[in-house]
Design a protein around this ligand. Structure first.
Ligand SMILES: Cc1cc2nc3c(=O)[nH]c(=O)nc-3n(C[C@H](O)[C@H](O)[C@H](O)COP(=O)(O)OP(=O)(O)OC[C@H]3O[C@@H](n4cnc5c(N)ncnc54)[C@H](O)[C@@H]3O)c2cc1C
Length: 409
C-alpha cells in the first residue's frame, strides 16, 4: 500500500486530504495526523469577544469533515526522518510515506514576550487568536467600563495580518454602541511602519484609523510587558500604558518541524514559492501557515495553494514535472465595523487594487471599498468553510489573482 501522510488536520490538511482521495486510486492511503478531534474555524474567533459568535459555532469534529476514505490518526507527530520517509508519532509508532504534506500551521508563543504571560495575563492582557483567549476577552469586555485599550502585534509574521485591524475597527464600533467610546482611548501599536504591509492598502486603512480616532503607534517593536504597572514597552524605549491589552503574540512553526531539522529560524518550512514543494526534500510538500512563503497566513491562501498542490502531488506520483502555478494569491475580507467590510485581493507581485470581485465590473464585492455586501460575504464565509472549503469542494474562484475587474495599477 502506498501512503500519503498529511501532518495536521486543520484548514489545509483537511482540505488536501479530501481533494486527494478523489484524485488517487485505491492503491493509495491518505492518512491525516492531528493531536485531537476538534477542528477550529479560526476566522470566527474575531467575533467571539463582541458576542456575535458563540464558541460552539467555531468547532466541529475533524472526523466529520473528512471523506470516509481518509484515515485519521489522533496523535501528535514528534519527528520526521525525511531521508527514510518516515514520521514518528507520540504513541511510539511510525508511518512510512511516499509523499509527506506538512500542514501543521503556526503556533502562538505568548511566553516569548517577557512578562506577557505573567501578572495580569487573561485578566487585563488577552489574545483573541485562540478560542480560550477570545472567550476570556469577551467576558472581560462585558465588564469593561472604559479606559485605555491597546491592540498590539508583537512581531510578524502572524496569521491573518488584517485580523488585528478588524479587531480595532469592531472594538471602536462596539464601544460606540455600548456608550463607552467617549470614555475609551483606542491605541493600535504595530511593528510595521504603517497599519498594513502593502502601501496603497496601508494608506487607506491608516486613514480609516484616523477617521475613527484610533491612535496608531507605528514601528513599535514590543520588548516586554509589565503586567503589574500595565505597561507595554518597545525596544526603542517607548512605553504605552493600558487598562486592557489585546495582544497578537509571536508565532512560530510547530515543534515537529524544528525537531526534524526541517525549519527556518522560526520553525517555518522552507517551501518553493510557486510549486509548494519543500526546498530541501523532493517528496515533502507544504501549504498553509507552516510555510516560510511571503504570502499571508490565511485560510483563503491555503485554499488557493491547495488547488495547485493537489495537481503537483498527483504529478509527483506520476513522475511528471511540477507546475509552477501558485502566484501568492491572497484574498481577505476586512471587517470595518457598523455592518461593513472591505475586500482585498493581491498576490506576490501586485498589491491590493480597487475594483469589483469576483465578477469584473459587477462584483458583488467591492475591492478596497467598504460595503455591507462585503460584511455579509465575510459572515457567509463560515458556511462556505464548513460545507465546501475544508471538504475540498470546488469553489468558483480562480486560484490565480486576475486583473480583470481591478483598476488603478
Ligand atoms: C483570529 C483569526 C482570524 C482569522 N481570520 C481569517 C480570515 O478572515 N480569513 C482567512 O482566510 N483566514 C483567517 N485566519 C487564518 C486561518 O485561520 C489560518 O490561516 C488557517 O487556519 C491555516 O490553516 P493551516 O491548516 O495551515 O493551519 P491550522 O488550521 O492551524 O491547522 C494546523 C493543524 O496542525 C495540527 N498540528 C500541528 N502540529 C502538529 C503535530 N506535531 N502533530 C499533529 N498535529 C499537529 C494542529 O493541531 C492543527 O489542527 C484567521 C486566523 C485567526 C487566528
Amino acid at each position: 500500500m502506498k501512503r500519503i501522510v498529511i501532518l495536521g488536520g486543520g484548514t489545509a490538511g483537511s482540505m488536501m486530504s479530501n481533494k486527494l482521495v478523489k484524485r488517487l486510486d485505491a492503491s493509495w492511503t491518505v492518512t491525516v495526523i492531528d493531536r485531537d478531534d476538534v477542528h477550529l474555524y479560526q476566522p470566527g474567533f474575531l467575533f467571539i469577544p463582541f458576542g456575535d459568535y458563540r464558541p460552539e459555532e467555531v468547532q466541529r469534529s475533524r472526523k466529520s469533515l473528512l471523506d470516509p476514505r481518509v484515515e485519521l490518526r489522533l496523535c501528535g507527530a514528534t519527528r520526521v526522518e525525511p531521508e527514510n520517509k518516515r514520521v514518528f508519532l507520540g504513541d511510539g509508532t511510525a508511518l512510512d510515506y511516499q509523499v509527506l504534506i506538512v500542514a501543521t500551521g503556526a503556533q502562538l508563543m505568548p511566553e516569548r514576550t517577557e512578562g506577557l504571560t505573567g501578572p495580569g495575563w487573561q485578566e487585563s492582557a488577552f489574545d483573541f487568536y485562540s478560542l480560550e483567549g477570545a472567550t476570556k476577552l469577551g467576558a472581560a469586555l462585558e465588564r469593561f467600563e472604559g479606559g485605555r485599550l491597546v491592540v498590539n502585534i508583537v512581531e510578524n509574521p502572524i496569521k491573518c495580518p488584517v485580523a488585528p485591524l478588524e479587531f480595532a475597527f469592531l472594538a471602536e464600533s462596539w464601544l460606540r454602541k455600548k456608550g463607552l467610546r467617549e470614555k475609551t482611548e483606542l491605541v493600535y501599536a504595530t511593528p510595521l511602519s504603517g497599519v498594513f504591509t502593502k502601501p496603497k492598502a496601508s494608506a487607506m486603512l491608516g486613514g480609516m484609523m484616523d477617521q475613527r480616532g484610533i491612535e496608531v503607534q507605528a514601528d513599535f517593536a514590543c520588548s516586554n510587558v509589565d503586567g503589574e504597572r500595565k505597561v507595554l514597552q518597545s525596544f526603542d524605549g517607548r512605553e504605552l500604558d493600558y487598562d486592557m491589552l489585546v495582544t497578537v503574540p509571536s508565532h512560530a512553526g510547530d515543534e515537529v518541524v524544528r525537531a526534524s531539522g526541517m525549519g527556518d529560524y522560526a520553525g517555518f518550512l522552507p517551501t518553493r514559492k510557486h510549486s509548494l514543494q519543500s526546498r530541501d526534500f523532493e517528496s515533502i510538500f507544504a501549504l498553509g501557515d507552516c510555510t516560510d512563503l511571503p504570502a499571508s497566513k490565511a485560510g483563503a491562501v491555503a485554499h488557493f495553494q491547495g488547488e495547485v498542490l493537489v495537481e503537483n502531488v498527483v504529478r509527483f506520483v506520476e513522475g511528471l514535472p511540477m507546475l509552477q502555478d501558485y502566484d501568492g494569491h491572497t484574498n481577505c475580507f476586512i471587517e470595518s465595523g457598523d455592518g461593513k467590510a472591505l475586500l482585498i485581493d493581491f498576490n506576490y507581485e501586485t498589491e491590493p487594487l480597487p475594483g469589483r470581485f469576483p465578477l469584473p465590473g459587477i462584483g458583488p464585492f467591492t475591492l478596497l471599498e467598504e460595503s455591507a455586501v462585503n460584511h455579509w460575504g465575510k459572515l457567509g464565509f463560515k458556511w462556505v468553510y464548513w460545507n465546501m472549503l475544508v471538504r475540498g469542494e470546488e469553489l468558483p474562484l480562480d486560484h490565480r489573482m486576475l486583473m480583470a475587474g481591478k483598476w488603478g495599477e
